[in-house]
Ligand binder design. Structure first.
Ligand SMILES: [Zn+2]
Length: 416
C-alpha cells in the first residue's frame, strides 16, 4: 500500500511539466476536435508511464546498490594470523579492492541495449563501491572485455578502452592495475604478439608485474603464459618469474643465489592471476556465490578452466604466496593452498550477464598479515522482481489518479 501511495505521489510530482503541456494541448484540442484530445491523452499517459518507469529504474538501482553494498565493510586483521617469520613493525594496513571478469560486451555478441544496460549496472556498482570503501588500490583480474580477441584495432584502441575507463573510473588518489584474460587476447593456442602488445599498451600493464606497495608484494601473472612450453609468451613469463623468485630468495637470506639486488624486507607475496590454480572442479567450493550444483560437479579442463597441475606446482614453489586471488570461472570459490598455509580465492564475474549474484573482494594487508571479505552485490533476479513490482505500482498509481478519482467523482455526483 505504501508503494502505491509513493507511486501516486511520485506521479503527481512528475506529471506537473506534463500537465502544462497537456493543458496547452488540451485547450487547442477543444477547438480542433474531441477525438484528437483523447488521442493526446493516451500519448500523454504512455509518456508518463515510460518516464516514471525509467525514473524508478534509475532510482531503484542506485538505492539497491547503496543499501546492499553499505552492509559490506573492510575486514579486521586478526593478530592470531600474523606471519611470525616477518619481523613485527608498525605497518599501515593497505586497503585493496579486487574484481574480475567484467566482460564488457562488444559489437558482435549481445544486443546494443544489453551492452548499455550491463555497462550502466557495472558503472553504478563500481562507483558505489568506490564511494563507500575508498580503497587505495584496485585490481581487475582479467577478461575486461568479452570480445577483445576478435576486435579490430580501431574498436579495441578507442571504444573498448574508453568504455572500460568510463565504467571503471577511479579518482586520482586510487591506483588501478589490470591483468589480461583469455577473452582479451585469446587462449594459449591462439595467442599473438600483436594482441598481447595491444592490450599491454592500451591498459598500461605487463605479462608479469611485481608491485611493491609499502612492503606488500603483489605478483601479477598472465595465466596464458604459464603453459611451460617454449612459446614466446611462456619463455618471457618464465624468465620474469625466475627473476622474482631470485629477488624474493635473496631478500629472505638465501645465499646460494648470486644476489645482486634485494628488497628492504621479506614478506610472502600475494599472487594474482586470471585462471584459478589447478583443481578437479568446483565441487568442494562452499560459498554464497558458488556455481550452481550442475556446474560445480563439471570436471575442470587443465589450461582451459584452470592452470595445469604442473604450472600450479611450479608457481607455488617459485613465489610461495600467502594468498592467491583469481577469476575466470565466473563463480566464487575458496580453497586452502597446498604450499603450507594461505588461501586461494576465486572471485565471480562482476557482470550480471554472467552471474546472478556477483561480488567483489576487499583485502586489508600488511607485510605480516591479511584479512579478506567478500561483498555480495544485488541479485539480478531480485532486481527484476523489484522492477516488476514498481511497474505494477506505477500502473496502479496512474489508474487510481485518472480513473479511480473520476469514478469517485461520478459516485459522489450521483449521491448529490
Ligand atoms: Zn577467462
Amino acid at each position: 500500500m505504501n508503494a502505491l501511495v509513493f507511486s501516486t505521489t511520485l506521479l503527481m510530482t512528475l506529471e506537473l511539466p506534463f500537465l502544462r503541456l497537456h493543458y496547452i494541448f488540451g485547450s487547442l484540442c477543444d477547438v480542433i476536435h474531441a477525438r484528437m484530445r483523447f488521442r493526446l491523452k493516451v500519448v500523454f499517459l504512455i509518456l508518463l508511464l515510460l518516464f516514471s518507469t525509467v525514473f524508478m529504474y534509475i532510482l531503484g538501482e542506485w538505492m539497491a546498490h547503496y543499501v546492499i553494498l553499505s552492509q559490506c565493510d573492510w575486514p579486521q586483521l586478526d593478530p592470531k594470523s600474523e606471519d611470525l617469520a616477518v619481523p613485527k613493525a608498525n605497518h599501515t594496513p593497505l586497503r585493496v579492492m579486487l574484481l574480475t571478469d567484467t566482460h564488457l560486451f562488444g559489437p558482435c555478441e549481445g544486443f546494443w541495449l544489453e551492452r548499455v544496460r550491463t555497462d550502466w549496472q557495472m558503472y553504478i556498482a563500481f562507483k558505489t563501491a568506490i564511494h563507500l570503501h575508498r580503497p587505495e588500490i584496485v585490481f581487475v583480474l582479467g577478461d575486461l572485455t568479452n570480445e577483445g580477441q576478435y576486435s579490430s584495432d580501431d574498436y579495441f584502441n578507442t571504444t573498448y578502452v574508453k568504455r572500460f575507463y568510463n565504467v571503471f573510473a577511479v579518482p586520482k588518489d586510487i591506483q588501478m592495475f589490470v591483468l589480461v584474460g583469455n577473452h582479451d587476447v585469446g587462449f594459449h593456442y591462439s595467442i599473438s604478439k600483436h594482441l598481447l602488445s595491444r592490450f599491454n599498451k592500451d591498459f598500461s600493464t605487463k605479462d608479469v608485474q611485481f608491485v611493491n606497495i609499502g612492503g606488500n608484494y603483489f605478483v601479477m601473472v598472465n595465466s596464458i603464459g604459464l603453459e611451460g612450453d617454449d612459446c614466446f609468451l611462456c619463455t618471457e613469463v618464465d624468465q620474469q618469474l625466475e627473476k622474482i623468485e631470485k629477488l624474493l630468495n635473496c631478500t629472505k637470506g638465501d645465499t646460494s643465489s648470486n644476489c645482486t639486488t634485494k628488497l628492504s624486507s621479506y614478506s610472502r607475496p600475494i599472487l594474482l592471476t586470471h585462471f584459478p590454480l589447478f583443481r578437479d572442479s568446483d565441487r568442494k567450493c562452499n560459498e554464497p556465490d558458488e556455481a550452481p550444483y550442475a556446474t560445480k560437479i563439471e570436471p575442470f579442463k587443465e589450461a582451459w578452466d584452470c592452470l595445469s597441475k604442473n604450472a600450479t606446482d611450479r608457481i607455488l614453489h617459485q613465489i610461495n604466496p600467502r594468498l592467491v586471488i583469481n577469476g575466470h570461472s565466473h563463480h566464487g570459490c575458496t580453497n586452502r593452498l597446498s604450499n603450507g598455509g594461505g588461501l586461494e580465492i576465486t572471485l565471480p564475474s562482476f557482470n550480471w550477464a554472467h552471474k546472478d549474484n556477483p561480488s567483489y573482494g576487499l583485502v586489508v594487508v600488511t607485510p605480516n598479515n591479511y584479512a579478506f571479505s567478500k561483498c555480495l552485490m544485488p541479485r539480478q533476479s531480485t532486481s527484476i522482481i523489484r522492477y516488476l513490482f514498481a511497474t505494477i505500482c506505477i500502473i496502479g498509481g496512474i489508474y487510481y489518479r485518472y480513473y479511480g478519482k473520476r469514478r469517485n467523482r461520478r459516485k459522489y455526483s450521483m449521491l448529490a
